[in-house]
Write a protein that binds this ligand. Sequence first.
Ligand code: NDP
Ligand code: 2IT
Length: 443
Amino acid sequence: MLDVVKKQLENFHKNQPEFHQAVQEVFEDIHDFYTDHEIYERFAIAERMIEPDRIIQFRVTWVDDSGNVQVNRGWRVQFNNAIGAYKGGLRFHPSVNESILKFLGFEQCFKNALTGMPMGGGKGGSDFDPKGKSDLEVMRFCHAFMEELHRHIGPNIDVPAGDINVGTREIGYMFGHYLKVENQFQGVITGKGPNFGGSCGRTEATGYGCIYFLEEMLNAHDQKLKGKRVIISGAGNVALHAAEKAIAEDAKVLCLSDSKGLLYFKDGLSDKDLKEIKVIKTQNHGALKDFKGTAGEYKSGAEPWDIECDIALPCATQNEVDDKEAKKLVKNGVLAIAEGANMPLTAKAQDIVMKAGVIYGPAKAANAGGVAVSGLERTQNAEMRSWPLQRVDQELREIMKDIHKRSIEHIERNKEGVYNYRKGANITSFKKIADTLVAYGVK
Ligand code: NDP
Ligand code: 2IT
């Protein structure tokens, strides 16, 4: 990694391990490319890229069902808007802190560049825990959160969307409150319901896009998804739709998981069982252990990584696959991994799978389908039209194909014939942002 980056992280971003991890990965991959281009050093591109444009932190005060006043912290990290307005999700989870939001915002800059769309990077959220909260409590929290956020966002400034624990319900509450306080009906947030400007297919886009990218990777290595055994972690927006599309492509989905345990389907998850799980997780905000079907075996506290499989799709959260789990996957002969979640493999886990010749699709490429369809939602909002699902899905497929092409533009296959997509994606997206910063001069 570049020395200057190392120093800056140590001096100004202390005790932020997730942010360090994301930055280190990018600057290790682009090291040679960077030093080959003297202008980047002259324009201090590395130093400028790892410093967020601004971080807004605010208090969120709301009243729970018992009448008690509750206080949470809210953030919006506006990381870099060189190639377009800040764009990225909002996460509500007790683990949310500045390190996690900076890692997510930093990653988002590169992911968004890779989509080919004019979108900068941002991320936000709160340490609010929606688990066990009533619908009215979630609504009051979302309204209070937007009460502050509205003054920092706009269709050409910053356009948030969903992430962990922020789905159609929460976006509805937040957009509704934006409309109330600003009195402007505009595309200021994506992932909206289809009745009020949301794009068809946005809910499915991250999971479907992950499968489309996986298929591109498999094709490039003379492999097919049909008939493959797939393990999936998570049972949220990304995991459920990745499972749905994998089943549609005739793969065998062996499991899903949530923060409490694992549901294992020896003979493969069926469409019917997936529908029931969707109701449990997305409508009832329940747990996998509530699943009543007889085909699935519930294992409390278990994770997917020691199940024998051909394909692994980590779709829950950051650092959910560590070095030991990566070794298990390799030992069991995993062929490919596509990251539905953001940074689900630790740095060591990534090294292990790449060295073992596993086809590895990094998050910024594999899960970019969600933000890409958010981009399409902005386009539809700007032209005041709604496209049919078929058009959105076709565009998503094309975008994922293009992301695959861009991810191999600056790299060759290794001697085993496998692409290092991580390095390829990092160089392509870095180049786009860096060259733009150079074009602007010093600002
Ligand atoms: P959801 O909230 O819909 O689902 C998250 C799932 O992961 C849930 O099943 C949850 O379990 C599980 N989970 C979350 N945190 C943990 C944890 N600390 N330990 C164990 N399990 C956990 O979120 P999404 O599906 O939207 O997001 C999943 C991942 O995908 C995140 O990394 C997100 O950043 C990334 N992503 C999301 C996009 C989107 O469009 N939504 C786009 C691109 C990436 P439980 O149900 O028990 O809480
Ligand atoms: O991590 C991500 O790409 C998201 N949570 C989606 C961001 C978006 O703006 O749709």
